[in-house]
Write a protein that binds this ligand. Sequence first.
Ligand SMILES: [Zn+2]
Length: 232
Amino acid sequence: MSTAILTIDDISSKNTPAIVDYLVSKGITAVMFAVGENVEKFYDEAIYAVRAGMIVGNHSYSHPAFSSLTIEQAKAEIEKNEQILNKLYKDAGVERVYRPFRFPYGDKGGAIAQDIQKYLAEQGFDKLDDTKIEYPWWSQNGCDKNIDTFWTFDFEEYRIWQSDDFTVENVWAKIKNMNPTQGAALLAEDNYHFILTHAHDETEEVVPGYIMQFVDYCLENGMIFDKPTFLM
Ligand SMILES: [Zn+2]
């Protein structure tokens, strides 16, 4: 049996409410990392996620690669989205208890990486509880110390619409691989994962209900979805 926390990036989108309805029906609370621009575009859909009890975190305003930014630009990207998310929770009538952050592309900022971590700590961003992750790569890369939320398994389903030679079959192969050369097997006994997927209408067009399909398969194979908790 493996255990996981589900994280869904790049909300909001047209397909966000359907994803949320599915997760609620399965009793799964996801951490959804929102892009400010997308929340502005699909505001009601983001409100829907907040009201359904999903934890909506900060994934920057315009999804830049943080290593290409100055520290001032990085802070501005995070702050601008914070204001949008504060308003979102207020408009939803829900108290904003947790404020996790995830970098776009997993790009922690290169030369300004340490300054950003310091900033995230000063601003009181919340670290998703990662104490059950035993995968060696995690601590070797400092993810156990960093405030931002990285992941241990990426469905990579965004590649289906972004490239010609990657299909949903590649995603299934990755999900079922019990002995990957990179990363930790998703469904191996006793593994603990932060799973990454994305709320992309582009993927929905090619593979309708893709998140439901992947999560259903994980559930059928004994995966337990943990409720996200945060470290102080
Ligand atoms: Zn993203």
